[in-house]
Write a protein that binds this ligand. Structure first.
Ligand SMILES: [Zn+2]
Length: 408
C-alpha cells in the first residue's frame, strides 16, 4: 500500500529551495516518488497542508545511555534504571523529530538491536560503543587516588569508556567494540569539559595508538571520530587518518584548511555547551565543569564559521547528557544563528548522513531513500526555534512507518 504525504512545503535536506505543494509517496520502507505538481495519486494520504516536510533529523553526537550520576558511586543506579532511562531518551528523541542518531559513546549494538526488533521505540542508532580513552584522559572519571578503578560497564547496554594504553590495547578494544555492534569508533584525543585530571589544551592518545584504531575501522570499511577541542589534537588525528572531529572548539584557519584538504569533517556541539552552564546539576555533573565550559559556545560558533569558509564538511551534534534529553533540536536553533537556518538543516540531515557514510539511504528526501520524514507545524526557516520545541514536530515517519502523528 502506498502512503502519501500531500500538500506540504518540502525542504529536502540538500539545501535546495523549498518546494510548495509537495507529494511524497512511500512504498514499504522507502520513498518511491517525490512530486510537486499537486497531482493526486492513489493511496492512503496524510494531509500536510500548512506543514513543512523535512528528512528525519540526524543527531551525529548523541549519548542516549549516559543517564547516570557522574559524581556518585557507579553502583548507585541499577542497570534496570539505566535501561529504563535510556529507553525514555529514545522515545524523546523520536518525538523531537530525530529518526537517526550516531551515539558517540555509551550504548552499543544491544540498544540498536532492541530498537530494530521493535522492542523499544526509538531512532536508528549507529553506536560507537565505549570511547577509546588513555589513562588520565577525558572520560577517565574515577578520582586519581582511587585505589581500584571502576566504571559503568554493562555490555549490551552502556559503557562510557574503555581505557587503552598502547596500540595493542587500542586494537583489542576496537575489535571488542565492533563485535558488540559498533558502526564506527570514537576516541578521546584531547582533554574535555567533563574531566578532572586534564586540560582542554592537552592532546591524548598518540598518533601510533590512533592509527591502530583507524586500521581496525578501515578493516570494517568504517571510520574513527575524535573528540578534539584543540588544534594539536586535530593535527594528530589527521596524521592518523581520523575522518571526523567532534567539538573543534579552538579551531584555527590553518587547521581548518588541513581538515578540508584531508576531507575530514567537523561536528560542532553547540547545544551541550549552551545548556551545560545551567544544566550541570540536573545532568549530575561536578561543578568543576562550569569554568571549563565558559566561552566554549562562542569559540565553537567561530570555529564553525571558520570551517565553512575553508570548505569543511560540517555536521550537527547535540551531545546531550542526562536522563531527560528533550532539547535535541536546540542544536539546529543555535546553528541557524551561527550559519543560516537552511545550512543548519543541511548539517543535521544530508551532511550528517555523509559523515556517517549513510547518504545512500538517509539525509534527504529523494526517490529510493529510506522514508524517514518529519513534518513541522510552521516555517523553521523563518523561526528556527521551532526545532527546539518537540510539540512543533507533528509527524514523524521512520522507515515508512508513522511513529508520531499529532496533526490536527
Ligand atoms: Zn559527547
Amino acid at each position: 500500500m502506498t502512503l502519501l504525504l500531500s500538500g506540504g512545503r518540502l525542504i529536502d535536506g540538500t539545501g535546495a529551495d523549498p518546494r510548495t505543494n509537495a507529494t511524497i509517496a512511500i512504498e514499504g520502507e522507502r520513498i518511491s516518488a517525490v512530486s510537486t505538481n499537486g497531482q493526486r495519486r492513489a493511496g492512503d494520504a496524510i494531509d500536510c497542508s500548512g506543514l513543512t516536510l523535512l528528512p528525519g533529523l540526524i543527531d551525529a553526537h548523541a549519548h542516549l545511555g549516559l543517564v547516570f550520576d557522574f559524581t556518585a558511586d557507579p553502583g548507585a543506579m541499577s542497570s534496570a534504571e539505566i535501561a529504563a532511562r535510556t529507553f525514555r531518551n529514545c522515545d524523546l528523541c523520536l518525538d523531537a523529530g530525530f529518526t537517526t542518531v550516531r551515539d558517540m559513546c555509551g550504548v552499543d549494538g544491544g540498544l540498536a538491536r532492541a530498537i530494530e526488533s521493535g522492542l523499544v521505540r526509538g531512532p536508528r542508532v549507529f553506536p560507537s560503543g565505549p570511547a577509546i580513552v588513555q589513562t588520565g584522559g577525558h572520560g577517565h572519571t574515577t578520582g586519581p587516588f582511587c585505589f581500584q578503578d571502576h566504571s559503568i560497564e554493562f555490555p549490551g547496554l552502556v559503557q562510557l569508556i574503555a581505557i587503552c594504553d598502547g596500540a595493542d590495547e587500542v586494537r583489542h578494544q576496537a575489535r571488542v567494540n565492533f563485535r558488540r555492534g559498533a558502526t564506527q569508533l570514537k576516541a578521546f584525543i584531547s582533554g574535555g569539559v567533563v574531566s578532572t585530571t586534564d586540560r582542554l589544551e592537552d592532546t591524548q592518545l598518540t598518533v601510533e595508538e590512533l592509527r591502530a584504531a583507524v586500521v581496525e575501522a578501515k578493516a570494517r570499511e568504517t571510520y574513527v571520530a575524535g573528540h578534539a577541542h584543540n588544534t594539536r589534537a586535530i593535527r594528530n588525528g589527521l596524521e592518523a587518518g581520523l575522518e571526523c572531529f567532534e567539538h573543534g572548539t579552538m579551531l584555527d584557519e590553518a587547521t581548518a584548511a588541513a581538515m578540508a584538504k584531508a576531507g575530514a569533517a567537523l561536528d560542532p556541539t553547540l547545544a551541550v555547551t549552551h545548556l551545560m552552564v545551567d544544566s550541570w546539576q540536573e545532568w549530575k555533573l561536578p561543578q568543576s565543569v562550569v569554568p571549563r565550559v565558559q566561552g566554549c559556545e562562542r569559540m565553537m560558533g567561530e570555529a564553525t564559521r571558520m570551517a565553512r569558509a575553508a570548505g569543511v564538511l560540517i555536521g550537527s551534534g547535540s551531545d546531550l547528557l542526562g536522563s531527560e534529553q528533550n532539547r535535541r533540536g536546540l542544536e539546529l536553533t543555535l546553528k541557524a544563528a551561527v550559519l543560516s537556518p537552511m545550512e543548519a538543516i543541511v548539517c543535521a540531515t544530508l551532511s550528517n548522513a555523509r559523515i556517517m557514510h549513510q547518504e545512500q539511504d538517509l539525509g534527504s528526501v529523494a526517490e529510493g531513500k529510506l522514508a524517514d520524514l518529519i513534518a513541522i507545524n510552521g516555517d523553521p526557516l523563518d523561526n528556527p526555534a521551532l526545532f527546539d520545541d518537540p510539540s512543533s514536530v507533528v509527524l514523524v515517519i521512520k522507515g515508512g512507518k508513522v511513529v508520531k502523528n499529532a496533526i490536527g
